[in-house]
Design a binder for this molecule. Structure first.
Ligand code: PLP
Length: 367
């Protein structure tokens, strides 16, 4: 057996995005024990940085060991008790996945749907809330399967009038577009390390406010998953830590460095960079004669969904991009398989150089 030599790729798919070189370097620093005081300091700094990036003062803010899906499972496992009514607003693959996870947490789930590639009307959500009176409502902020972004500003207030907890999937939105957890009264939110934060996959930032934690504390049964129990996890994320599980030490080094870079750049500047590079991508795609799937009103900079022109084979182009130009883009999920390409510009990978390399390669592939 030989040591591996992975090729250098330009990662312009739906994630993982290309990590900043400093993030990769941080991952190879010396190993520490998971209860070493130096490591605990790294965790507490990470927690503080996560609060800043989520724009929250929530005490219950941490990163779960696992990918974005672990964040989704953590939030639902903690908030739902068997039989709880849960409303899921689904307009894509990850909205549907949320419904599945809520069902597996033994909720009584209702799903309201919007056409893939669009966002929800506020009235549709309002009437579903009034009709179902759910304990929890879940929605995806940035639907990675369609490139559609959901406005969230007013949903928290609306949920509060129905005594409903608002859960937001911010896997693709965190650090790519504005997300203001406290101002928008989001009760529970989760994300992933491998997209806008520009880190390798493997950690899932999660934050829950006091309204959400009160529901967790009032549970009749303990959270079924010990691993994802937020109250147990918080005993580890403290100044007097107790063993919960062996944290993936070097992944946390990477997250710490990634968050440091986000805060150094500044959230506003980072959002603007994503917007600028996406505008360049979008106008280049339109010049190539390609069309976007997503409704103009809700397109987002981190993920662009492009319709595959008729007569062009999805895999032929993606393989050519990968093998001849070293560029990865994504294909469609679910009913959009074979119908769209998904181009991600996230974190460190959102650069004008990447946009130019991609557009030039795509033009040659299409010719
Ligand atoms: N939610 C959204 C919106 C996603 O885009 C993804 C992954 O792409 C997930 C959840 C699941 O995250 P992961 O694949 O890191 O488990």
């Amino acid at each position: 057996m030989k040591s591996i030599q992975p090729p250098v790729r330009i990662l312009l798919g739906p994630g993982p995005s290309e990590p900043h070189p400093d993030v990769l370097q941080a991952q190879s620093k010396p190993m520490l024990g998971h209860l070493d005081p130096v490591f605990m300091q790294i965790l507490l700094e990470t927690q503080d940085a996560l609060r800043k990036v989520f724009q929250t003062r929530n005490e219950h803010t941490l990163a779960v060991s696992g990918t974005g899906m672990a964040g989704m499972e953590c939030v639902f496992a903690n908030l739902i008790e068997p039989g709880d009514k849960v409303l899921i607003c689904a307009a894509g693959f990850f909205g549907e996945r949320m419904g599945d996870i809520a069902k597996r947490s033994r909720a009584n789930v209702e799903v309201v749907r919007a056409t893939w590639g669009t966002s929800f009307d506020q009235e549709a959500i309002q009437s579903a809330l009034a009709q179902y009176q759910p304990k929890v409502m879940g929605i995806v902020h940035a639907e990675t399967s369609t490139g559609a972004c959901q406005p969230l500003q007013d949903l928290g207030r609306l949920c509060q009038t129905h005594n409903t907890l608002l859960v937001v999937d911010a896997v693709t939105s965190l650090a790519t577009i504005p997300l203001k957890v406290d101002e928008w009264q989001i009760d529970a939110v989760y994300s992933g390390s491998q997209k806008g934060l520009g880190c390798p996959p493997g950690l899932a930032p999660v934050s829950m406010n006091e309204r959400a934690i009160t529901k967790v504390r009032q549970r009749k049964q303990p959270v079924q998953s010990y691993y994802l129990d937020i109250l147990e996890l918080m005993k580890y994320w403290s100044s007097a830590p107790a063993y919960h599980h062996t944290a993936p030490i070097t992944s946390f080094y990477a997250l710490h460095e990634g968050l440091k870079l986000v805060l150094q750049e500044g959230l506003e500047t980072r959002w603007q960079r994503h917007q600028r590079n996406w505008q360049a991508l979008k106008s280049g795609l339109l010049q190539l004669g390609l069309k976007l799937l997503t409704d103009e009103s809700c397109q987002m900079p981190a993920l662009t969904a492009v319709e595959i022109p008729s007569g062009i084979d999805d895999l032929t182009i993606r393989k050519k991009l990968l093998n001849e130009y070293g560029i990865e883009i994504g294909g469609g999920l679910g009913p959009l398989k074979g119908k769209i390409w998904r181009i991600g510009l996230m974190g460190y990978g959102s650069s004008i150089q990447n946009v130019e390399k991609f557009l030039s390669a795509m033009q040659k592939c299409l010719n």
